[in-house]
Design a protein around this ligand. Structure first.
Ligand code: SAH
Ligand code: SF4
Length: 390
């Protein structure tokens, strides 16, 4: 039986204050507990010498101090990238990746954490290990935040998390209520105290979710995983494009940028011979021309069970030049932690074990056929993935 106690970090200050108030405890205890959650080394309320013992016991009886267990930690890039596989109470596993960027040329050192919003993902992008695993469940607010607390504890000396990106497992805009609650705590000085500008949420293009965010006002930087400007190809690479076509996604992102005054990032995972042609660069440039946008090009991390590889660097540079020529800012990003499979879901996928060889061969063939048809401009006849239409 999974532990039924909710995670303490998932309670807002108001909820915690109300819970304490019902036990005749003063409101300041809520801040005290939050501070201990986010800064201390305690592993339970019982470790806090500032709490009366009876209250500490009541807290530990009612709540879990952490909802994630760090099952595996793997380093790469000479210790600059650290991947964590976290086990949840029901046995599901999720991943987070901590990336250290040393100070350089007047820029302070950065410590960026990439976190998961769901166990698995229903969208099913074929180049993504999480997509291949399929959807398990939404994460609770505490399960999102406890990935951050885990990384926080692993920092050394005066290191602080400077950026949080929702680019791990899952589609954050299909678990938006929990993601918004988590972001509120990340923002809160009593939580992590990280400014909205330093938090990025990446979506594969859930249009109603983007519209909802626009109505709420700026909460964080929005990143769109666009990958292709042409519907036929995007239907294959990001299957929810069959539900919300790329022009609708870009229109929603454009309205978001205008309403919030905040630039939207567009991510393109560069896949050799698939989405890296001149025609793809031009289609993307045409869609984004004149928008408050920034394009990031990321070489595809090799994942098992696809017929694809990263685009060669000269091809990525040529693609970037065409985007830039259209007046759109563009950056080529280095992919971190390739050898530990730092793209979302790769570690969990390895644990899940390889599917039988004939299934892998069928999948490769299907992807080759589908992408070749898409490059000829043929739209996919595959259905919208189940579970994406919230
Ligand atoms: N579901 C959301 C957020 C998580 S995925 C989204 O898709 O935006 C975060 C990013 O990792 C996305 O931009 C996704 O396209 C990228 N990604 C997934 N698999 C990858 C791979 N094998 N190589 C490089 N980037 C990958
Ligand atoms: Fe889901 Fe994002 Fe992976 Fe696509 S890239 S399957 S949306 S996690």
């Amino acid at each position: 039986m999974p532990d039924p106690r909710p995670g303490l970090s998932g309670l807002s200050l108001g909820e915690l204050t109300a819970w304490l108030g019902a036990r005749g405890e003063p409101a300041y205890r809520a801040r005290q507990l939050q501070q201990a959650l986010w800064t201390g080394t305690a592993t339970g309320a019982a470790d806090l010498t500032t709490l009366p013992q009876a209250l500490a016991e009541a807290v530990d009886d009612a709540f879990r101090w952490s909802t994630v267990v760090d099952e595996t930690l793997v380093d790469s890039d000479g210790g600059q990238t650290e991947k964590a596989l976290h086990r949840l109470a029901d046995g599901a596993t999720i991943e987070s990746v901590l990336m250290h960027y040393p100070a350089s040329a007047g820029r302070r050192a950065r410590h960026t954490l990439c976190i998961s919003s769901q166990a698995g993902c229903a969208v099913g992008c074929p180049f993504c290990a999480t997509g291949e695993l399929g959807f398990t469940r939404d994460l609770e607010t505490a399960e999102i935040l406890d990935q951050v607390r885990s990384a926080n504890r692993r920092l050394r000396g005066d290191e602080r998390l400077t950026n949080i990106v929702f680019m791990g497992m899952g589609e954050p805009l299909l678990n938006l209520d929990r993601v918004l609650e988590a972001v509120a705590t990340l923002n809160d000085p009593a939580g992590l105290g990280l400014g909205a500008r330093h938090i990025t949420v990446s979506t594969s293009g859930v249009v109603p979710g983007i519209r909802r965010l626009t109505a709420l006002g700026p909460q964080f930087t929005l990143a769109i995983s666009i990958h292709a400007g042409r519907d036929a190809l995007r239907d294959v690479l990001v299957p929810l494009n069959r539900r919300w076509p790329v022009a609708e996604v870009v229109a929603a992102a454009r309205d978001h940028a205008r309403a919030t005054g905040r630039r939207v990032s567009y991510e393109v995972t560069m896949i050799g011979g698939v989405n890296d042609t001149d025609a793809d660069a031009d289609a993307l440039a045409e869609l984004l021309r004149g928008d408050l946008a920034h394009v990031n090009l990321i070489p595809m991390n090799p994942v098992a069970h696809t017929p694809w590889q990263a685009s060669p660097m000269p091809v990525i540079e040529r693609f970037a030049a065409r985007i830039k020529a259209a007046g759109i800012p563009v950056t080529i990003r280095r992919n971190r932690g390739v050898e530990i499979g730092a793209a979302c879901g790769q570690l969990a996928a390895e644990r899940a074990g390889a599917p039988p060889a004939p299934a892998v061969a069928r999948r490769r063939l299907r992807l080759e056929t589908a992408s070749a048809a898409a490059l000829r401009g043929q739209r996919s006849e595959e259905p919208v993935p189940a579970g994406v239409d919230s």
